[in-house]
Design a protein around this ligand. Structure first.
Ligand code: PLP
Length: 411
């Protein structure tokens, strides 16, 4: 039996407790949606004001050199590298996850001439599949996106596969794949491995180099708290960098952008994976989010994330057991990201009713109620309060109201 006191005691001993004060969280809100949009770190607001007023406002174009704007994608990339088990020079922050997928899938296909299959699972995040389809339509000539059920992926890695593209932590259920063993299966038949870390970076321990991953992409605005539409990131293992080329050959990926040469020549290293002018305000906001994250002890983060997901699943069973919410996430925390999801056919309306009570989670079609647990700013007590709200919503059928059935553009 978990009680409110059990959770308060955990808060008192929580080494990460002080981090909450570093976020500008609204009063009265329990935020279980940091997996979709991380909250605002206090320092980000201050930095954005400073960069806007002083650097952009006063130093104008000289800021590209004077304030190091031109090196920001690499500088922020090196910091993200520490979060995902990569080395300096293997990660760059740029563009969106979707665009980075396109770039790296193309680079991977070019490294495996003769192989024409991009293999993924049918439950992968749609943009991943859509971008692969777009690439295949450009490549033409026999290329295909092959989607198989998640449990059939290992058997489907045949010797016509150029690259296996998978999301490490499933966006709906939170199920986490074993990065090392899946990567090894791809390599065993000569395929390359591309990981999408959208729900992993800043959520679970990731060791790209430990797993011998070839390529990876990930989001800046989720657990890294980089702000709405923050630049994403991409990883290219050092061993591929000399030969890997991506097709969006814009001037920021050129060896000498300000020589204005007539022909494209790729820059050395990770820089060739840039395309156009970096979004400076987005990058500085992302840098603050990543810096704050890097101040926390990774072991404390993982321990708290596991305990929070365990407690939340147990509390929902304990307090809302007979209301038809079934756990959609793996029961084993070693196979789960930092989120817990339930299925219920009225999932959408239940989430809306919870939001009306100040508990923010989200809904994923067709029937998933998704709750993300970010150990940097959540308190154990928040879990108790969230579940008590959920219990009220279920017991009183608060969700059963037309206002909670209106579908908004963003769920
Ligand atoms: C959130 C998410 C994305 C988002 O892609 P954007 O291009 O940044 O909008 C991509 N892949 C996965 C698995 C995601 O969860």
């Amino acid at each position: 039996m978990i009680t409110s006191e059990t959770l308060s005691a955990l808060d008192r001993e929580d080494p990460l407790g002080p981090f909450r004060g570093q976020f500008d969280l609204p009063e009265g809100i329990i935020y279980l949606d940091g997996n979709s949009l991380g909250p605002l770190p206090c320092r980000t607001l201050a930095r954005l004001i400073d960069v806007t007023r002083e650097e952009w406002g006063q130093s104008l174009i000289t800021s590209w050199n004077k304030h190091g704007w031109i090196g920001l994608p690499q500088r922020v990339g090196d910091k993200i590298a520490r979060v995902v088990g990569a080395a300096p020079g293997e990660v760059v922050a740029a563009d969106s996850t979707s665009v980075n997928l396109f770039k790296l899938l193309a680079a991977a296909c070019a490294l495996r001439p003769g192989r024409k299959v991009i293999l993924t699972e049918s439950g992968n995040f749609p943009t991943d599949i859509y971008m692969a389809e777009g690439l295949v339509s450009v490549l033409g000539a026999g290329y295909e996106v092959r989607t198989v059920e998640r449990e059939d992926v290992a058997a489907a890695i045949t010797d016509d596969v150029a690259v296996v593209m998978l999301t490490h932590v499933d966006y709906r259920t939170g199920a986490m794949l074993d990065m090392t063993s899946v990567t090894a299966s791809a390599h065993a038949v000569g395929a390359l491995m591309l990981w999408d870390l959208a729900h992993s970076a800043g959520a679970v321990p990731v060791d790209l180099n430990g797993a011998h991953a070839d390529f990876a992409v990930g989001c800046g605005y989720k657990y890294l708290n980089g702000g709405p539409g923050a630049p994403a990131f991409l990883f290219v293992a050092a061993r591929h960098q000399e030969v890997a080329r991506q097709p969006l050959s814009g001037w920021m990926g050129h060896a000498a952008p300000f020589d204005f040469e007539q022909r494209y020549r790729p820059a050395e290293g990770i820089t060739r994976h840039l395309a156009g002018t970096p979004a400076i305000l987005g990058l500085v906001a992302l840098e603050e989010g990543v810096d704050l994250y890097l101040e926390a002890d990774p072991e404390d983060l993982r321990r708290k994330s596991v305990l929070m997901t365990e407690c939340f699943a147990a509390l929902v069973a304990q307090e809302c057991g007979d209301h038809g919410l079934t756990l959609a996430s793996p029961g084993d925390p070693g196979k789960r990201g930092s989120q817990v999801c339930f299925r219920h056919e009225e999932g959408y309306a239940i989430i809306q009713a919870l939001i009306a009570r100040g508990v923010i989670g989200d809904f994923r079609t067709p029937d998933i109620l998704r709750f993300g647990f970010a150990p940097l700013y959540l308190r154990y007590q928040d879990l108790w309060n969230a579940v008590i709200h959920l219990r009220s919503v279920m017991r009183k059928r608060e969700w059963d109201s037309p206002e909670f059935r209106i579908k908004a553009a963003v769920t």
